[in-house]
Design a protein around this ligand. Structure first.
Ligand code: TYM
Length: 332
């Protein structure tokens, strides 16, 4: 809460091309809060370097992620859209919060366990303390709600624990944030392996639908989606492939699961997959059109980055100033 206004905060890593999982689980829902809340949406480039990045690609994706925020309907005049490394207060608060986070807590984070297994040659300290930087992102802005996919819920819960611990020692410092996870779209699965989350860093590109994929590519990926040997289009635990496709179709059409099961009664898997691909391509098309215009105008994006960084820094400085005072740091 800032000046009686509730705050929504979230972030996306520019560590790969964004997927429909990022869109349906997170970005699409950011707009929900635009009218009523003060909203901050960040491109978290400092989180991205916990795994090795090619500098030119990181730079390009940072611009693209900002452009995608805007193309997905986030008006930069209403929302504060900015790049994490432009506001140095994030790194400062992260150090402070490191001193209020337990080794055991970080060791239990599922994402750390997964990523350290995947990048066994580079289990750096940043990968381990990643959730503390995320906590500082959220807490700097006195955030009330954090719209995220289900995979980030554990990190927001840890943020709550860190904030509560800090507030117990230094009362009234941070707002305690709440994770907001939508029911449909919270976990979009890989089309190639429906037991695995769809991820921008997945090596099997057939399983991942990117927001910027063209229509033919989208349809081709859906046509190849792994399903089962049954023939019925039904939402069931033992049919994870079909369940995922029903979920994606529901997200793009707004139809409920029973409506979808009814609509595709007696229809073959092949036709169903094409229908899901068509709905997905149609839903992404306006975003892609707007994205192309935005990304061609680098000066506009740079102006937005600058404006966003200035706005965000103003809020960040206020919280960090308060934290410094409470801790007993001196001022010159
Ligand atoms: P990242 O970049 O991995 O993902 C961005 C958002 O997309 C969601 N998401 C998904 N949702 C549904 N299905 C999927 N397959 C899927 N894949 C990703 C994620 O849950 C996330 O909401 N640590 C964060 C970034 C971050 C952040 C923050 C988020 C940094 N600071 C502060 C909120 C608040 C991350 O790696 O997201």
């Amino acid at each position: 809460m800032f000046n009686d206004r509730k705050v929504s905060y979230s972030g996306v890593q520019p560590s790969g091309n964004l997927t429909i999982g990022n869109y349906l689980g997170a970005i699409r829902n950011f707009k929900t809060y635009s009218d009523r809340y003060k909203c901050f949406y960040c491109v978290v480039d400092m989180h991205a370097i916990t795994v090795r990045q090619v500098p030119a690609e990181l730079r390009r994706r940072t611009y693209e992620t900002l452009a995608l925020y805007i193309a997905c309907g986030l008006d930069p005049e209403i929302n504060t859209l900015y790049v994490q490394s432009h506001v140095h207060e994030h790194a400062e608060l992260a150090w402070i919060l490191n001193c209020f986070t337990m080794f055991g807590e970080l060791s239990r984070m599922t994402q750390f366990k997964d990523k350290s297994a995947r990048h066994a040659d580079n289990v750096n300290a940043g990968l381990f303390t990643y959730p503390v930087l995320m906590a500082s992102d959220i807490l700097l802005y006195q955030t009330d709600v954090v719209p995220v996919g289900i995979d980030q819920k554990q990190h927001v819960e840890l943020t709550r624990d860190i904030a509560t611990r800090f507030n117990q020692l230094y009362p009234d410092t941070f707002t305690i944030p709440e994770p907001i996870v939508v029911s449909t779209g919270k976990k979009i699965m890989s089309l190639a392996d429906p037991l695995k989350k769809m991820s921008k860093s997945d090596e099997n590109l057939n399983g991942v639908v990117f927001i910027l994929d063209d229509k033919d590519t989208i349809i081709r990926k859906f046509k190849r989606a792994v399903t089962d040997s049954d023939t019925e289009i039904r939402d069931a635990e033992e049919k994870p492939g079909i369940r995922n496709l029903i979920n994606i179709y529901s997200c793009f059409t707004g139809k409920t699961v029973p409506e979808i099961e009814q609509e595709f009664k007696g229809v073959g898997y092949g036709d169903f997959k094409i229908a899901v691909g068509e709905a997905c391509a149609a839903g992404l098309e306006p975003i892609q059109t707007r994205f192309k215009e935005l990304v061609a105008d680098k000066a506009y994006l740079e102006a937005q980055m600058k404006k966003g960084a200035e706005e965000a820094a103003w809020y960040a400085r206020r919280t960090l100033g308060k934290v410094r005072k409470k801790l007993g740091f001196t001022q010159v």
